[in-house]
Design a protein around this ligand. Structure first.
Ligand code: NI
Length: 297
C-alpha cells in the first residue's frame, strides 16, 4: 500500500473552510502561526493502488506534448479541470481583491534579475487559504498523483502578470524553505495552475525548455520537470493570474518517474480493454516493485 502524500502548510492550515468567508471578514481574520499546532498536515486518504485514474469518471488530463531528451520521454502533462467551477470562481473572486506584492521577494539571486511580476505574500492568509483549495483539488486528482508521485507538496502561491510583466528564463531553486519554518523541500516537479481565461489576456505563455508554449484554460494544470529552463512571456493585454507550486516526489529521478507514469497509463488502458487478462496482475506487480525500488520515503 502506498501512503498518501503529505501536504505542507504553515501552522494554521486546515482550520476553517475558506469559501464561507466574505472578503472583508477574511482580511481581518488572524490566521497566523499558532504554537503547538502541527506544521505537517498528513493527508489522511490512503491510496491502495497507484493505478488511480482507472476509476476516475471524467477525462482529467492529457499530454500537451511528449518530447525526447537523452532517449527518455520527459513529462509535460496537461491536466484539465483540476478545479471545479465553484473553486475557480472562489479563487478568482478573492484574487480580484488580493494584496499583491513584488514577486522578486521569493526569487533566487539569479532569477530576481529577470523576474517582474506580482505575487501574494507567502505568509499571507490569502495565499494560505486559496492554497488549501488548490491542495484539496490535487489530493482528489488521480492523474496528478500518478504523474507527480508526491511526497510533499509545497504550499501553492499565486502570481499575477499585468501588461509589461514577464519572467525571463530561469531554473527554479532546487531546495526551498517552507515559509519561515525549518522545513526544506527538494523541488522535483514544477506546476502551474492557470486561473485566468486565456481570452482575457495576450502573451503570458509559459515557455518550457524554449520549445513548449503552454497557455491553458482557467482551472487547468501543467506539470513539468523542475529541472527545466522556463520563462513566462510578457503579458501585453489584460492580466494573467495563476497558482504555482513544487512537489518533492517519492521518485526523484525524472526518467524513472516518467517510466512509472507510462507504465501506469498502460496498465489503465489494458484494464479497460482486457480486464480479465492474468498478465495484468504481473504487470501491476512490476509497477509496484519498480516503485519499491525507486521511491524514497
Ligand atoms: Ni519558475
Amino acid at each position: 500500500m502506498v501512503k498518501g502524500c503529505e501536504m505542507l502548510f504553515r501552522a494554521a492550515a486546515g482550520t476553517q473552510a475558506f469559501r464561507g468567508l466574505a472578503p472583508k471578514r477574511r482580511a481581518t481574520a488572524d490566521r497566523g502561526p499558532q504554537p503547538g499546532r502541527p506544521l505537517l498536515v498528513r493527508h489522511r486518504q490512503h491510496l491502495t493502488n497507484l493505478v488511480y485514474y482507472a476509476t476516475f469518471r471524467e477525462p482529467v488530463g492529457r499530454f500537451v506534448a511528449p518530447k525526447l531528451k537523452n532517449g527518455f520521454s520527459d513529462m509535460l502533462i496537461h491536466i484539465a479541470n483540476v478545479l471545479t467551477a465553484e473553486e475557480l470562481a472562489t479563487c478568482r473572486a478573492h484574487l480580484a481583491e488580493a494584496s499583491w506584492t513584488d514577486g522578486r521577494a521569493t526569487a533566487g539571486q539569479q532569477s530576481a534579475k529577470v523576474k517582474a511580476n506580482l505575487q501574494l505574500a507567502e505568509d499571507s492568509a490569502e495565499a494560505r487559504d486559496l492554497g488549501q483549495i488548490v491542495v484539496r483539488a490535487l489530493e482528489r486528482n488521480p492523474f496528478f498523483m500518478a504523474a507527480a508521485l508526491p511526497r510533499h507538496v509545497f504550499p501553492p502561491n499565486f502570481n499575477r502578470y499585468e501588461p509589461g510583466m514577464t519572467y525571463g528564463a530561469h531554473v527554479d531553486n532546487a531546495i526551498r524553505q517552507v515559509g519561515r519554518s525549518p522545513l526544506r523541500l527538494r523541488t522535483d516537479v514544477s506546476a502551474t495552475l492557470f486561473l485566468s481565461d486565456p481570452a482575457d489576456y495576450d502573451g503570458g505563455e509559459l515557455i518550457i525548455d524554449g520549445a513548449q508554449s503552454v497557455k491553458l484554460p482557467a482551472g487547468d494544470l501543467v506539470v513539468y520537470a523542475a529541472t527545466s529552463l522556463h520563462r513566462v512571456a510578457p503579458v501585453t493585454r489584460g492580466a494573467r493570474n495563476a497558482a504555482f507550486f513544487w512537489v518533492q516526489s517519492m521518485v526523484k529521478d525524472e526518467s524513472e518517474r516518467a517510466l512509472l507514469f507510462e507504465l501506469d497509463r498502460s496498465i489503465v488502458e489494458l484494464n479497460r480493454s482486457l480486464p480479465d487478462n492474468p498478465a495484468l496482475v504481473r504487470l501491476t506487480a512490476c509497477y509496484h516493485n519498480l516503485l519499491r525500488r525507486w521511491a524514497d520515503m
